[in-house]
Design a protein around this ligand. Structure first.
Ligand code: DC
Length: 230
C-alpha cells in the first residue's frame, strides 16, 4: 500500500499529539511532534539568556539558529518519543510552563519557522508520516493526503492541561493555564507567518465530547478512506 502523509493541526492542548502518536503506532508510521521542535528552540533561547523580562532577543536567536540541532529518539520504556536538543534529551524540560509561556513568540519568528519547516519536510520525504502542529496541512505539507483540524473549547483544553501537568508533578492552577492557552491561541492565529488555520481541504474533528477511543475510530476511518484506492 502506498504510504501517505497525515497532517494533524489544531489548537494547543486539543489532544492532537496523543491522537497523532496513537495513529502512527497503529498504522506503523513515523510520528513527528512539530510543537516539540518549537519548544526545543524556546528552551535554547531561555538557556542562552535570550529572554529578558519576558522579551525575546530575536536577533540573537536568529544568529544562533544554525547552532540549534533538533532530533528525536524513538520511544523508550515509557512509550514516549523523546526530543533531543543538540543531542541532549530535553523531553521533560520542554513541557514546563516556562517554555509554554515563551513558545508562541519564538514560533512567530519567520526565520525560526523557515528552518523548522525545512527540517519537517525532510522527515516526510519518504511519506509514511503522521505530523501534528499548527501549519502542517497549510504550509509544511500542503499536499498531505489526509488533513485533520482538531477543535475543542479553551475551557476543556485547560482542564486537560492541568490534569496532564499535575500528573507530571507540576503544581499549577486552572486560571493561569486557561490564560496561557487563550494567549497562545491569540498569538498562533494572528501571527503573520503561517498562522494557525484550517486548511481548506482538512476534515474537522471537534473533540469536546469525544473519548480517546472514539477519536481513534474516527481517525482510522478517515485513514482507511484515504488509502483504500492506493
Ligand atoms: O503543540 P504544542 O503546544 O506543543 O506547540 C507549542 C507551540 O509551538 C504552540 O504555541 C505554537 C507553536 N507551533 C507552531 O507554531 N507550529 C507548529 N507546527 C507547531 C507548534
Amino acid at each position: 500500500m502506498k504510504k501517505i502523509i497525515v497532517a494533524i493541526d489544531g489548537y494547543s492542548s486539543s489532544g492532537k499529539s496523543t491522537m497523532a502518536r496513537d495513529l502512527a503506532r497503529r498504522i506503523g508510521y513515523v510520528y513527528v511532534d512539530s510543537g516539540a521542535m518549537y519548544r526545543a528552540v524556546t528552551l535554547y533561547a531561555l538557556r542562552h539568556g535570550m529572554v529578558v523580562d519576558g522579551h525575546l532577543d530575536i536577533d540573537a536567536l536568529v544568529k544562533d539558529l544554525p547552532e540549534i540541532g533538533i532530533s528525536f529518539r524513538a520511544a523508550g520504556d515509557d512509550g514516549v518519543q523523546h526530543t533531543l536538543l543538540n543531542g541532549e534529551d530535553v523531553e521533560k524540560e520542554i513541557r514546563t510552563m516556562e517554555v509554554s509561556g515563551m513558545v508562541s513568540p519564538v514560533a512567530a519568528v519567520p526565520e525560526v519557522r523557515h528552518r523548522l519547516t525545512e527540517l519537517q519536510r525532510g522527515f516526510g520525504r519518504d511519506r509514511g508520516i503522521v505530523m501534528d502542529g499548527r501549519d502542517i496541512g497549510t504550509t509544511v505539507f500542503p499536499d498531505a493526503e489526509l488533513k485533520v483540524f482538531v477543535d475543542a473549547s479553551a475551557e476543556v483544553r485547560a482542564h486537560r492541561r492541568v490534569k496532564e501537568l499535575l500528573e507530571k508533578g507540576e503544581i499549577t492552577d486552572y486560571e493561569s493555564v486557561l490564560a496561557n492557552i487563550r494567549e497562545r491561541d491569540r498569538i498562533d492565529t494572528t501571527r503573520k507567518e503561517s498562522p494557525l488555520k484550517k486548511a481548506e481541504d482538512a476534515v474537522v474533528l471537534d473533540n469536546d465530547r469525544m473519548t480517546i477511543p472514539q477519536q481513534m475510530d474516527w481517525l482510522m476511518e478517515k485513514f482507511a478512506e484515504r488509502t483504500k484506492n492506493n
